[in-house]
Design a binder for this molecule. Structure first.
Ligand code: T3D
Length: 258
């Protein structure tokens, strides 16, 4: 069974973590297949948005604890697999939507949070499961969580490993939206299909602006916005967007950088 399924939906693609009997926990094969798929989709001009979801009843249960065995050099797994995965998602020059169809635990939760927009089925849960096995939240969890939900909630979630349901996650600002379970694929597809018609190169610049803001002072961020706006202003989609507005018609964006 392929650990990762990739389907081209015409303008956007859906990537499915596919080890449902292990709640899509990561092993090295799944990591390698996901990296290969994301690298390919990242450079495909015709793919203008990506949906990441899980097969079966879970989204992802993090590291496959059978595969890790008694390995004590866990830093190597992070260095080889998880950290490049989070960096790949953040640097992807197009929107990445997590469609969290079920439980997202450990690194699985934080990989969802690394995505640009997180939709979750109402029955899904987010669990910082690390402390329960005497580990530290990884895959960016200690960076994403305090920024999303604030220090108090982030610390408590990491220290207790308490599950957060999708509705509460949305109320807390951890994710974009909780939707009825049956509606998740439809909502995720509609969002991806919409984003695939938008000015992709400009969306990539927006991602860069937000990534920069995390470490920047207001002054530095103003400079970054100025620099990115210079690039955006030279995009053919900017000309098309303005022209479409003036002509009172929908814009026909190519998404291309030139
Ligand atoms: O470098 C490194 O390697 C360190 C990196 C660490 C990154 C991490 O992600 S550490 C955190 C690892 N993940 C966990 O600790 C979560 C473990 N799983 C759970 O706590 C529970 O499975 C869930 C809360 C996610 C879901 O519970 P539930 O009751 O809905 O399902 P279940 O019955 O526990 O799981 C269903 C099956 O999936 C079960 O197999 P079975 O009994 O049907 O044959 C279970 O063993 C398997 N499974 C679930 N999670 C994992 C897993 N198998 C391997 N690894 C898992 N992480």
């Amino acid at each position: 069974m392929d650990p990762i399924l990739v389907e081209n939906r015409g303008g956007w693609s859906i990537v499915t973590l596919n080890r449902p009997d292990r709640l899509n926990a990561f092993n090295p094969d799944m990591h390698r297949a996901l990296a290969e798929a994301l690298d390919r989709l990242g450079s495909e001009e015709d793919c203008r948005a990506i949906v990441l979801t899980g097969a079966g009843r879970g989204f992802c249960a993090g590291q496959d604890l059978e595969a890790v065995g008694t390995d004590t050099e866990l830093d190597q797994t992070l260095e080889r697999f998880y950290n490049p995965l989070v960096r790949r998602i953040r640097a992807m020059p197009k929107p990445v939507i997590a469609a969290v169809n079920g439980v997202a635990a450990g690194a699985g939760a934080n990989i969802a949070l690394a995505c640009d927009i997180v939709l979750a089925a109402r029955s899904a849960k987010f669990i910082q499961a690390f402390a329960k096995i005497a580990l530290v939240p990884d895959s960016g969890g200690t960076w994403f969580l305090p920024r999303l939900v604030g220090e108090a909630r982030a610390r408590a979630l990491a220290l207790t490993g308490e599950a957060v349901g999708a509705d509460k996650a949305a109320d807390w600002g951890m994710i974009w939206k909780a939707v009825d379970d049956a509606a998740l694929p439809v909502e995720a597809e509609a969002l991806a299909a919409h984003l695939a018609t938008q000015p992709t190169a400009a969306l990539a610049l927006i991602k860069r602006a937000f990534d920069g803001s995390a470490a920047n002072t207001l002054d530095a961020q103003l400079d970054l916005e100025r620099d990115l706006q210079k690039v955006a202003g030279a995009l053919p989609d900017f000309r098309e967007g303005v022209q479409a507005f003036m002509e009172k018609r929908p814009a026909r964006f190519t998404g291309r950088p030139s």
